[in-house]
Write a protein that binds this ligand. Structure first.
Ligand SMILES: *Cc1c(COP(=O)(O)O)cnc(C)c1O
Length: 389
Protein backbone atom coordinates (compact mmCIF):
# COMPACT_ATOMS: atom_id res chain seq x y z
CA UNK A 1 0.00 0.00 0.00
CA UNK A 2 1.45 3.36 -0.99
CA UNK A 3 0.38 6.04 1.45
CA UNK A 4 0.63 9.78 0.90
CA UNK A 5 3.71 11.58 2.14
CA UNK A 6 1.49 13.81 4.23
CA UNK A 7 0.67 10.79 6.44
CA UNK A 8 4.37 10.03 6.91
CA UNK A 9 4.94 13.70 7.72
CA UNK A 10 2.49 13.72 10.63
CA UNK A 11 4.63 13.68 13.78
CA UNK A 12 4.40 10.48 15.85
CA UNK A 13 1.69 10.43 18.47
CA UNK A 14 3.73 11.53 21.47
CA UNK A 15 1.34 10.14 23.99
CA UNK A 16 1.57 6.57 22.64
CA UNK A 17 4.51 5.79 24.92
CA UNK A 18 2.61 7.16 27.92
CA UNK A 19 -0.46 5.11 27.00
CA UNK A 20 1.74 2.01 26.99
CA UNK A 21 3.25 2.82 30.39
CA UNK A 22 -0.20 3.48 31.81
CA UNK A 23 -1.53 0.16 30.52
CA UNK A 24 1.54 -1.65 31.90
CA UNK A 25 1.04 -0.03 35.32
CA UNK A 26 -2.64 -0.95 35.25
CA UNK A 27 -1.74 -4.54 34.39
CA UNK A 28 0.52 -4.62 37.47
CA UNK A 29 -2.56 -3.74 39.52
CA UNK A 30 -1.72 -0.08 40.14
CA UNK A 31 -4.80 2.08 40.71
CA UNK A 32 -4.42 4.83 38.11
CA UNK A 33 -5.46 8.44 38.69
CA UNK A 34 -5.74 10.21 35.35
CA UNK A 35 -5.26 13.96 35.63
CA UNK A 36 -4.32 14.48 32.01
CA UNK A 37 -7.68 14.84 30.27
CA UNK A 38 -9.12 18.21 29.17
CA UNK A 39 -12.74 17.12 29.02
CA UNK A 40 -15.47 18.34 31.42
CA UNK A 41 -16.41 15.58 33.88
CA UNK A 42 -19.89 16.90 34.65
CA UNK A 43 -22.95 16.61 32.37
CA UNK A 44 -24.39 19.03 29.83
CA UNK A 45 -26.88 21.37 31.60
CA UNK A 46 -30.36 19.81 31.74
CA UNK A 47 -32.17 22.55 29.78
CA UNK A 48 -29.87 21.88 26.81
CA UNK A 49 -30.40 18.11 26.99
CA UNK A 50 -34.17 18.72 27.20
CA UNK A 51 -34.03 20.88 24.07
CA UNK A 52 -32.24 18.03 22.28
CA UNK A 53 -34.97 15.55 23.27
CA UNK A 54 -37.58 17.80 21.67
CA UNK A 55 -35.48 18.61 18.62
CA UNK A 56 -34.75 14.99 17.80
CA UNK A 57 -38.49 14.18 17.66
CA UNK A 58 -39.08 16.82 14.99
CA UNK A 59 -38.95 15.24 11.50
CA UNK A 60 -38.01 18.65 10.05
CA UNK A 61 -34.62 18.14 11.68
CA UNK A 62 -33.96 14.77 10.06
CA UNK A 63 -32.76 15.86 6.63
CA UNK A 64 -29.48 17.43 5.51
CA UNK A 65 -28.72 20.69 7.28
CA UNK A 66 -27.50 23.81 5.46
CA UNK A 67 -23.74 23.47 4.96
CA UNK A 68 -22.82 26.62 6.83
CA UNK A 69 -25.21 26.10 9.75
CA UNK A 70 -28.88 26.96 10.20
CA UNK A 71 -29.72 30.66 10.15
CA UNK A 72 -31.24 30.30 13.64
CA UNK A 73 -27.97 28.82 14.98
CA UNK A 74 -25.90 31.58 13.39
CA UNK A 75 -28.28 34.20 14.79
CA UNK A 76 -27.84 32.65 18.24
CA UNK A 77 -24.05 32.87 17.84
CA UNK A 78 -24.41 36.55 16.88
CA UNK A 79 -26.66 37.11 19.90
CA UNK A 80 -24.13 35.48 22.25
CA UNK A 81 -21.16 37.39 20.79
CA UNK A 82 -23.00 40.67 21.25
CA UNK A 83 -24.14 39.85 24.80
CA UNK A 84 -20.85 38.33 25.97
CA UNK A 85 -18.21 40.38 24.10
CA UNK A 86 -20.08 43.39 22.69
CA UNK A 87 -19.04 42.22 19.21
CA UNK A 88 -21.42 42.69 16.25
CA UNK A 89 -21.45 39.85 13.71
CA UNK A 90 -23.47 39.43 10.51
CA UNK A 91 -24.97 35.92 10.72
CA UNK A 92 -25.05 35.66 6.90
CA UNK A 93 -21.40 36.39 6.15
CA UNK A 94 -19.40 36.45 9.37
CA UNK A 95 -20.43 33.18 11.07
CA UNK A 96 -20.14 29.52 10.08
CA UNK A 97 -21.19 26.50 12.15
CA UNK A 98 -18.55 23.82 12.72
CA UNK A 99 -18.68 20.15 13.67
CA UNK A 100 -16.70 21.06 16.77
CA UNK A 101 -14.10 23.81 16.50
CA UNK A 102 -11.34 21.25 15.90
CA UNK A 103 -12.97 20.49 12.54
CA UNK A 104 -12.80 24.13 11.47
CA UNK A 105 -9.26 24.55 12.80
CA UNK A 106 -8.09 21.52 10.80
CA UNK A 107 -9.87 22.74 7.64
CA UNK A 108 -8.79 26.39 7.66
CA UNK A 109 -5.33 25.34 6.48
CA UNK A 110 -6.81 23.83 3.31
CA UNK A 111 -8.46 27.17 2.58
CA UNK A 112 -5.30 29.27 3.02
CA UNK A 113 -2.15 27.19 2.81
CA UNK A 114 -0.57 25.93 -0.40
CA UNK A 115 2.35 23.48 -0.26
CA UNK A 116 5.44 25.33 0.94
CA UNK A 117 3.51 28.24 2.51
CA UNK A 118 4.60 29.51 5.90
CA UNK A 119 2.30 29.36 8.95
CA UNK A 120 3.10 31.05 12.27
CA UNK A 121 2.36 28.73 15.19
CA UNK A 122 2.64 29.04 18.97
CA UNK A 123 5.18 26.72 20.61
CA UNK A 124 4.00 25.14 22.86
CA UNK A 125 0.55 24.90 21.27
CA UNK A 126 -2.52 22.76 20.67
CA UNK A 127 -1.25 19.98 18.35
CA UNK A 128 -3.99 20.41 15.71
CA UNK A 129 -2.37 23.69 14.51
CA UNK A 130 0.85 21.89 13.68
CA UNK A 131 -0.72 18.80 12.15
CA UNK A 132 -3.22 20.90 10.15
CA UNK A 133 -0.32 22.89 8.71
CA UNK A 134 1.58 19.73 7.78
CA UNK A 135 -1.45 18.00 6.22
CA UNK A 136 -1.87 21.04 3.95
CA UNK A 137 1.82 20.87 2.97
CA UNK A 138 2.58 24.09 4.83
CA UNK A 139 5.77 24.92 6.68
CA UNK A 140 5.36 25.81 10.37
CA UNK A 141 7.39 28.69 11.75
CA UNK A 142 7.22 28.26 15.51
CA UNK A 143 6.81 31.32 17.68
CA UNK A 144 8.32 30.51 21.08
CA UNK A 145 5.94 31.47 23.89
CA UNK A 146 7.86 33.19 26.64
CA UNK A 147 7.00 32.40 30.27
CA UNK A 148 8.39 35.80 31.26
CA UNK A 149 5.92 37.41 28.80
CA UNK A 150 2.91 35.51 30.12
CA UNK A 151 3.26 32.88 27.35
CA UNK A 152 2.82 35.33 24.49
CA UNK A 153 5.22 35.33 21.52
CA UNK A 154 7.66 38.16 20.87
CA UNK A 155 6.49 39.21 17.41
CA UNK A 156 9.59 41.34 16.86
CA UNK A 157 11.61 38.10 16.80
CA UNK A 158 9.84 36.87 13.65
CA UNK A 159 12.29 37.46 10.78
CA UNK A 160 11.04 39.94 8.15
CA UNK A 161 11.26 37.40 5.29
CA UNK A 162 9.24 34.85 7.30
CA UNK A 163 6.59 37.44 8.17
CA UNK A 164 6.29 38.44 4.49
CA UNK A 165 5.75 34.83 3.43
CA UNK A 166 3.38 33.87 6.24
CA UNK A 167 -0.29 33.33 5.43
CA UNK A 168 -1.74 32.45 8.81
CA UNK A 169 -0.91 33.05 12.46
CA UNK A 170 -2.53 30.90 15.15
CA UNK A 171 -3.11 32.30 18.63
CA UNK A 172 -4.91 30.68 21.59
CA UNK A 173 -5.84 32.56 24.78
CA UNK A 174 -6.74 31.25 27.32
CA UNK A 175 -4.07 28.84 26.18
CA UNK A 176 -3.92 25.11 26.00
CA UNK A 177 -1.56 23.95 27.51
CA UNK A 178 -0.28 27.19 29.11
CA UNK A 179 -3.58 28.49 30.62
CA UNK A 180 -2.33 32.02 29.88
CA UNK A 181 -4.81 34.85 29.29
CA UNK A 182 -3.45 37.43 26.85
CA UNK A 183 -3.92 41.12 27.59
CA UNK A 184 -5.81 43.08 24.93
CA UNK A 185 -2.60 45.00 24.28
CA UNK A 186 -1.06 41.80 22.90
CA UNK A 187 -4.02 41.31 20.55
CA UNK A 188 -3.57 44.91 19.35
CA UNK A 189 0.09 44.22 18.61
CA UNK A 190 -0.73 41.00 16.77
CA UNK A 191 -3.42 42.72 14.68
CA UNK A 192 -1.02 45.53 13.70
CA UNK A 193 1.54 42.88 12.72
CA UNK A 194 -1.03 40.95 10.67
CA UNK A 195 -2.10 44.12 8.85
CA UNK A 196 1.49 45.04 8.06
CA UNK A 197 2.29 41.63 6.56
CA UNK A 198 -1.15 40.64 5.20
CA UNK A 199 -1.60 37.63 7.49
CA UNK A 200 -4.87 36.09 8.68
CA UNK A 201 -4.94 35.66 12.46
CA UNK A 202 -6.83 32.57 13.62
CA UNK A 203 -7.66 32.93 17.29
CA UNK A 204 -8.77 29.83 19.19
CA UNK A 205 -11.12 30.88 22.01
CA UNK A 206 -12.19 27.42 23.22
CA UNK A 207 -11.92 28.54 26.89
CA UNK A 208 -13.78 31.87 26.68
CA UNK A 209 -16.00 31.07 29.64
CA UNK A 210 -13.81 28.97 31.93
CA UNK A 211 -12.20 31.58 34.17
CA UNK A 212 -11.65 32.45 37.83
CA UNK A 213 -10.95 35.29 40.23
CA UNK A 214 -13.19 37.71 38.32
CA UNK A 215 -11.22 37.43 35.07
CA UNK A 216 -13.39 38.12 32.02
CA UNK A 217 -11.74 36.60 28.95
CA UNK A 218 -11.82 38.84 25.85
CA UNK A 219 -12.53 37.94 22.23
CA UNK A 220 -9.86 39.17 19.80
CA UNK A 221 -12.76 40.66 17.80
CA UNK A 222 -13.28 43.23 20.57
CA UNK A 223 -10.23 45.07 19.21
CA UNK A 224 -11.26 47.77 16.68
CA UNK A 225 -10.31 46.70 13.16
CA UNK A 226 -9.84 43.05 14.18
CA UNK A 227 -12.32 41.81 11.61
CA UNK A 228 -10.05 43.03 8.80
CA UNK A 229 -7.50 40.32 9.61
CA UNK A 230 -8.99 37.89 12.17
CA UNK A 231 -11.25 34.95 12.51
CA UNK A 232 -12.01 33.33 15.82
CA UNK A 233 -12.80 29.68 16.54
CA UNK A 234 -15.17 29.09 19.39
CA UNK A 235 -17.01 26.09 20.66
CA UNK A 236 -19.86 24.91 22.82
CA UNK A 237 -17.63 22.11 24.15
CA UNK A 238 -16.08 23.72 27.21
CA UNK A 239 -18.64 26.49 27.91
CA UNK A 240 -21.62 24.13 28.02
CA UNK A 241 -20.01 20.73 28.78
CA UNK A 242 -20.83 19.64 25.22
CA UNK A 243 -17.57 18.06 24.00
CA UNK A 244 -19.30 14.95 22.68
CA UNK A 245 -21.99 16.87 20.79
CA UNK A 246 -19.53 18.35 18.28
CA UNK A 247 -20.73 21.90 17.80
CA UNK A 248 -18.61 24.99 17.30
CA UNK A 249 -18.30 28.09 15.15
CA UNK A 250 -15.85 30.26 13.27
CA UNK A 251 -16.62 33.98 13.29
CA UNK A 252 -15.09 37.17 11.98
CA UNK A 253 -13.57 38.16 8.63
CA UNK A 254 -16.17 37.45 5.91
CA UNK A 255 -13.65 36.57 3.20
CA UNK A 256 -11.99 33.99 5.47
CA UNK A 257 -15.37 32.53 6.50
CA UNK A 258 -16.33 32.23 2.82
CA UNK A 259 -13.04 30.46 2.02
CA UNK A 260 -13.54 28.00 4.89
CA UNK A 261 -17.10 27.47 3.68
CA UNK A 262 -15.83 26.36 0.23
CA UNK A 263 -13.73 23.63 1.85
CA UNK A 264 -16.50 22.52 4.18
CA UNK A 265 -19.20 22.49 1.51
CA UNK A 266 -17.13 19.96 -0.38
CA UNK A 267 -15.97 17.86 2.59
CA UNK A 268 -18.88 17.61 5.02
CA UNK A 269 -22.59 18.32 5.10
CA UNK A 270 -22.89 20.24 8.34
CA UNK A 271 -23.99 19.26 11.84
CA UNK A 272 -27.31 17.54 12.67
CA UNK A 273 -30.01 20.22 12.92
CA UNK A 274 -31.27 18.85 16.24
CA UNK A 275 -27.83 19.44 17.76
CA UNK A 276 -27.84 22.96 16.36
CA UNK A 277 -31.26 23.53 17.97
CA UNK A 278 -29.92 22.42 21.33
CA UNK A 279 -26.94 24.70 20.67
CA UNK A 280 -29.30 27.65 20.17
CA UNK A 281 -30.86 27.00 23.58
CA UNK A 282 -27.35 26.86 25.07
CA UNK A 283 -26.17 30.11 23.43
CA UNK A 284 -29.32 32.07 24.25
CA UNK A 285 -28.97 31.18 27.91
CA UNK A 286 -29.50 31.41 30.80
CA UNK A 287 -25.84 30.95 31.71
CA UNK A 288 -26.25 30.30 35.43
CA UNK A 289 -24.45 26.99 35.07
CA UNK A 290 -21.19 28.86 34.41
CA UNK A 291 -21.09 30.19 37.98
CA UNK A 292 -21.54 26.70 39.42
CA UNK A 293 -19.07 25.17 36.99
CA UNK A 294 -16.36 27.77 37.49
CA UNK A 295 -16.80 27.62 41.28
CA UNK A 296 -16.23 23.87 41.11
CA UNK A 297 -13.14 24.23 38.91
CA UNK A 298 -11.81 27.01 41.15
CA UNK A 299 -12.14 24.85 44.26
CA UNK A 300 -10.19 22.07 42.54
CA UNK A 301 -7.59 24.53 41.29
CA UNK A 302 -7.10 25.93 44.78
CA UNK A 303 -6.74 22.44 46.30
CA UNK A 304 -4.27 21.49 43.57
CA UNK A 305 -2.13 24.61 43.93
CA UNK A 306 -2.13 24.52 47.74
CA UNK A 307 -0.88 20.93 47.54
CA UNK A 308 1.69 21.72 44.84
CA UNK A 309 2.98 24.59 46.93
CA UNK A 310 3.69 22.19 49.79
CA UNK A 311 5.61 20.07 47.29
CA UNK A 312 7.80 23.00 46.26
CA UNK A 313 5.95 24.29 43.18
CA UNK A 314 5.54 28.00 43.72
CA UNK A 315 3.71 28.72 40.45
CA UNK A 316 0.78 31.13 40.28
CA UNK A 317 -2.57 29.36 39.78
CA UNK A 318 -4.18 29.76 36.33
CA UNK A 319 -6.83 32.45 35.85
CA UNK A 320 -8.63 30.49 33.13
CA UNK A 321 -8.92 27.11 31.34
CA UNK A 322 -8.68 23.58 32.76
CA UNK A 323 -4.92 23.51 32.94
CA UNK A 324 -2.08 23.66 35.40
CA UNK A 325 1.12 24.15 33.36
CA UNK A 326 4.09 23.37 35.53
CA UNK A 327 7.86 22.94 35.30
CA UNK A 328 9.21 19.42 35.91
CA UNK A 329 11.61 19.14 38.86
CA UNK A 330 15.29 19.78 38.07
CA UNK A 331 17.03 16.72 36.62
CA UNK A 332 13.97 15.45 34.75
CA UNK A 333 12.80 15.77 31.16
CA UNK A 334 9.06 16.02 30.47
CA UNK A 335 9.04 12.33 29.48
CA UNK A 336 11.09 11.04 32.40
CA UNK A 337 8.99 12.96 34.92
CA UNK A 338 5.71 11.68 33.47
CA UNK A 339 7.11 8.16 33.56
CA UNK A 340 8.12 8.61 37.21
CA UNK A 341 4.62 9.85 38.09
CA UNK A 342 3.08 6.74 36.55
CA UNK A 343 5.60 4.31 38.02
CA UNK A 344 5.79 5.72 41.55
CA UNK A 345 2.32 7.23 42.02
CA UNK A 346 0.00 5.74 39.40
CA UNK A 347 -0.65 9.30 38.21
CA UNK A 348 -1.18 10.01 34.52
CA UNK A 349 -0.25 13.56 33.51
CA UNK A 350 0.65 15.04 30.12
CA UNK A 351 4.26 15.68 29.08
CA UNK A 352 4.82 19.25 27.92
CA UNK A 353 6.83 18.22 24.86
CA UNK A 354 3.60 16.76 23.41
CA UNK A 355 2.75 20.42 22.62
CA UNK A 356 5.99 21.13 20.78
CA UNK A 357 9.63 21.63 21.67
CA UNK A 358 8.68 24.75 23.66
CA UNK A 359 6.88 22.50 26.13
CA UNK A 360 10.00 20.47 27.00
CA UNK A 361 10.71 20.76 30.70
CA UNK A 362 7.01 21.25 31.51
CA UNK A 363 4.00 19.06 32.25
CA UNK A 364 0.24 19.60 32.27
CA UNK A 365 -2.36 18.67 34.87
CA UNK A 366 -6.10 19.25 34.54
CA UNK A 367 -8.90 20.19 36.89
CA UNK A 368 -11.58 18.14 35.13
CA UNK A 369 -11.09 15.46 37.79
CA UNK A 370 -13.11 15.29 41.06
CA UNK A 371 -11.36 16.96 44.01
CA UNK A 372 -11.06 13.64 45.89
CA UNK A 373 -8.83 12.37 43.06
CA UNK A 374 -6.74 15.54 43.10
CA UNK A 375 -6.25 15.22 46.87
CA UNK A 376 -5.34 11.54 46.48
CA UNK A 377 -2.84 12.36 43.71
CA UNK A 378 -1.15 15.04 45.82
CA UNK A 379 -1.01 12.62 48.74
CA UNK A 380 0.63 9.96 46.60
CA UNK A 381 3.23 12.46 45.35
CA UNK A 382 4.06 13.49 48.90
CA UNK A 383 4.42 9.87 50.04
CA UNK A 384 6.63 9.05 47.03
CA UNK A 385 8.86 12.02 47.85
CA UNK A 386 8.11 13.77 44.56
CA UNK A 387 8.76 17.47 44.95
CA UNK A 388 9.70 20.34 42.67
CA UNK A 389 12.76 20.94 44.83
C1 LIG B 1 -10.87 21.54 23.47
C2 LIG B 1 -10.14 22.42 22.52
C3 LIG B 1 -10.61 22.67 21.22
C4 LIG B 1 -11.62 21.79 20.53
O1 LIG B 1 -12.85 21.91 20.86
P1 LIG B 1 -14.00 21.22 20.02
O2 LIG B 1 -14.92 22.33 19.71
O3 LIG B 1 -14.56 20.20 20.94
O4 LIG B 1 -13.44 20.59 18.78
C5 LIG B 1 -9.99 23.62 20.43
N1 LIG B 1 -8.91 24.25 20.88
C6 LIG B 1 -8.39 24.02 22.09
C7 LIG B 1 -7.18 24.76 22.49
C8 LIG B 1 -8.97 23.08 22.94
O5 LIG B 1 -8.40 22.80 24.11
Amino acid sequence: MKKANRIANVPPYLFAEIDKKREAAKARGIDIINISIGDPDTPTPAHIVDAMHKAIDNPANHDYPPYEGTMAFKEAVAYRYKARFGVDLDPKSEIIALIGSKEGIAHIFLAFVDPGDTVLLPNPGYPVYNVGTILAGGVPHYMPLRPDQNWTPDLSQIPEDVAKKAKLMFLNYPGNPTAAVAPKSFFEEAIAFAKKYDILICHDLAYSDVSFDGVVVPSILEIPGAKDVCIEFNSLSKTYNMTGWRLGMAVGNAEAIAALSIIKTNVDSGQFKAIQEAGIVALRGPHDHLDTLNAMYKERRDILFAGLKKLGWDNPPPKASFYAWLPVPPGYTSASFIETLIEKCGIVATPGNGYGSGGEGWFRLTITTPKEKIIEALDRMEKAGIRYK
